[in-house]
Design a protein around this ligand. Structure first.
Ligand code: AMP
Length: 360
């Protein structure tokens, strides 16, 4: 496969999206001698303080998108719901990874079909576009289940848990395409996070066991334990096939449920992922640095885990206001605060990673 020349130091990386993932990507880019420019609609864009420049413009502002792109040597994203029309306003040769990964990942139905064709198994699901569709889906798939909007959902938003057919009758249909999924009886949750270079080289990090609260990641733990470890080979195979078939360049994440019958695919994120934050201190190369290396045509770094035990815990809501006290705790805590102005309940404000050479 043809590869581009490595981007020299001083080149400019554009990042679409202004959240904490963009902030941590920019920090890695700066470390490697690059300039960074962000782009996102006005808001609490915490990536801005890590970027050399930041465009606060709407996704529909094609003139601003063109001005942003004209200053960039490569453009990537930290947020998978960037509207495709905005991506179209950026010259295709700059965009890395290829935006077809965004197209697939923005629609829960498309991404399920995509990975099923590669041999993955999903929870039973049905497309739902009306209350009648929902009643039929609940009858076929059964309860409990979850109704999810097909697009624009994240961190448990745009989801309704349905315990019984009676409960389904009481749901006010959200008025946009949804997916109804059977509830998976999982033993654990994990993700496969990989980096793929343009020459097809793939590096995969170890997988943590992930615990969610209210649909949002709360804790990632390594080692993940035998249940997850037994399912990694199959899940990694799916993740590799997904990256290869998208011709993907950068960091890609696939989330799975570990069940008694093996790994069940949940969803994919064509970007760095919250369950990979531990890699900053815990792996030979972090997910953020390897994403930057991949999109800039630099050699990928090793993904080996450097400690016997690692815990990454999200800091949510008001807890961030007193988070500095964590630094006084035992066990070398590594604190990351994202600099968000408002500590709304349920908002990811930072994370803390604890590493240990002692086995748990
Ligand atoms: P998602 O936004 O689809 O990743 O869902 C957020 C979280 O909700 C997941 O990580 C699970 O903890 C839970 N969840 C989502 N879908 C299902 C399902 N079909 N069965 C069981 N739990 C689910």
């Amino acid at each position: 496969m043809a590869t581009r020349a490595p981007l020299p130091p001083g080149s400019t990386i554009g990042i679409l999206g202004g959240g904490q993932l963009g902030r941590m990507l920019a920090m890695s880019a700066v470390q490697l001698g690059y300039r960074c420019i962000g782009y996102a609609p006005a808001g609490d864009n915490v990536a801005a303080s890590a970027c050399d420049d930041f465009f606060e413009n709407g996704w529909g502002d094609t003139a601003a998108l063109a001005a942003f792109a004209s200053q960039c040597d490569v453009v990537t994203w930290e947020f998978e719901n960037v509207p495709l029309a905005a991506v179209d306003a950026i010259p295709a040769n700059l965009l890395t990874p290829h935006p077809k990964a965004l197209g697939v990942a923005q629609d829960r139905l498309q991404e399920k079909r995509f990975v099923e064709e590669l041999g993955a198994r999903c929870a039973p699901y049905a497309r739902v576009e009306s209350e009648e569709d929902l009643a039929r889906a609940v009858e076929r798939i059964g309860t409990p289940g979850i109704l999810k909007t097909a697009r624009d959902g994240y961190d448990g938003k745009g989801q309704w848990r349905i315990a019984s057919a009676h409960e389904a009758e009481g749901i006010r249909f959200p008025g946009r395409p949804c997916v109804y999924e059977g509830m998976v009886d999982f033993k654990a949750e994990f993700s496969i996070i990989l980096a793929r270079a343009s020459d097809g080289t793939i590096r995969i990090w170890d997988s943590t066991a992930n615990t969610h609260e209210g649909g949002m990641l709360a804790v990632s733990l390594l080692p993940a334990g035998p249940t997850v470890e037994a399912q990694l080979e199959e899940a990694r195979d799916i993740a590799r096939k997904t990256a290869n078939s998208l011709g993907y360049v950068g960091v890609l994440t696939l989330e799975f449920f570990a069940t008694a019958n093996g790994p069940i695919f949940n969803e994919m994120a064509p970007r760095v992922h919250n369950s990979g934050h531990w890699t900053i201190e815990g792996a030979a190369t972090s997910q953020f640095e390897n994403h930057i290396r991949a999109i800039c045509e630099l050699p990928l770094g090793g993904t080996e885990t450097r400690f016997a035990a690692i815990e990454m815990r999200n800091i949510v809501g008001e807890d961030a206001l007193s988070a500095h006290h964590i630094l006084a705790e035992e066990g070398e805590p590594h604190l990351h605060l994202y600099g968000k102005r408002e500590a709304n309940a349920g908002r990811k404000m930072g994370h803390v990673t604890r590493v240990s050479h002692a086995k748990p």
